[in-house]
Design a protein around this ligand. Structure first.
Ligand SMILES: Nc1ncnc2c1ncn2[C@@H]1O[C@H](COP(=O)(O)OP(=O)(O)OP(=O)(O)O)[C@@H](O)[C@H]1O
Ligand SMILES: [Mg+2]
Length: 277
């Protein structure tokens, strides 16, 4: 299939990624319904919503696992919907998965090296010949891998098999591996799932320090209260539709959002609010 031709480079200040009226249907299920939002460069955007709202599906569309039924995705000034997954990844989107996907029989260090290797410009022949350029890239990759293991707090366990790491370390290792591909946008799908409150808090701090390194972060989380303090902005999905988009404080008091989370009618929330005031 022919690739979508690149657009002009995005002007400074333009969104890093835009979902433009994206609809995705699976047979009779509309997983995303004309979803329209953007991610600004350098921000932490929280993508929240109840089970089945379409959060993971939105990731899958951005990263090219699914093609939209309608609408487009643009990333860094190019239309990326329609591109193959590896091309989108090369343009600078990395992700982690809701269910951990590590190479369990490889060490923590090797798992991160897989991410770093994906960025090599030299191919397998240069590697076989041991060409200097390949050796330089290899050395740089190792340095980055160690630094990232340190950054996420898994340094001491670099040589352990990923499958033997604690659950929390596996989650953090997955983040390090994604970062090793040197993405512009890092998408994290419920990275704090299964964590206790203090682990969750520590992870939110890690995510803020990831942003401080210059990455843009898209964070899927189920727990609205948890993301409130960590994100710059929130997009809320319910049944595949965007129901809110704004600052944490604004979204928190939005009757449609409260209703979605309580599983009640928006009118009921509005009545409660009226009664209380
Ligand atoms: N491959 C698929 N085939 C059919 N339906 C799918 C597929 N993937 C997702 N869906 C449906 O699309 C809807 C959105 O699912 P999605 O996994 O995106 O929700 P989510 O917001 O990530 O939920 P959760 O919080 O449970 O992870 C659901 O109704 C789901 O059953
Ligand atoms: Mg999901």
């Amino acid at each position: 299939m022919a690739e979508t031709p690149p657009l002009d480079p995005a002007p400074a200040g333009e969104a890093l990624l835009s979902m433009n009226e994206v609809t995705l249907r699976f047979g009779g299920v509309t997983a995303l319904d004309a979803v329209d939002f953007h991610i600004d460069r350098g921000e932490i955007l929280g993508l929240i919503g109840p089970n089945g709202a379409g959060k993971t599906t939105a990731f899958n569309v951005m990263t090219g696992i699914y093609q939209p039924t309608q609408g487009t995705v643009t990333f860094d000034g190019e239309v990326t919907s329609g591109m193959k997954r590896y091309r989108i990844a090369k343009r600078g989107i990395a992700r982690t998965f809701q269910n951990i996907r590590l190479f369990k029989a490889m060490t923590a260090f090797e798992n991160v090296m897989v991410g770093a290797d994906a960025q090599h410009s030299t191919g397998p022949i240069a590697a076989l010949l041991g060409l200097p350029r390949y050796r330089r890239e290899e050395a740089a990759g190792r340095e980055i891998a160690h630094e990232l293991l340190d950054f996420v707090g898994v340094r001491g366990r670099a040589d352990e098999l990923a499958g033997n790491l604690s659950y929390g370390d596996q989650r953090r290792l997955e983040i390090a591996r994604a970062m090793a591909t040197r993405p512009k946008l890092l998408c994290l799908d419920e990275p704090a799932a299964g964590f206790n409150p203090s682990e969750k808090q520590a992870l939110m701090e890690l995510i803020r320090s990831i942003r401080d390194r210059g990455l843009t972060v898209l964070l899927i989380e189920h727990d609205m209260r948890l993301v409130m303090g960590a994100v710059d902005r929130l997009v809320v999905l319910e049944f595949g539709r965007k129901i809110a988009d704004g600052t944490p404080a604004g979204v928190q008091n939005d009757p449609a959002v409260i209703a979605a989370y309580l599983g009640v009618d928006e009118d009921e929330v509005e009545e409660e609010v009226d009664d209380a005031s």
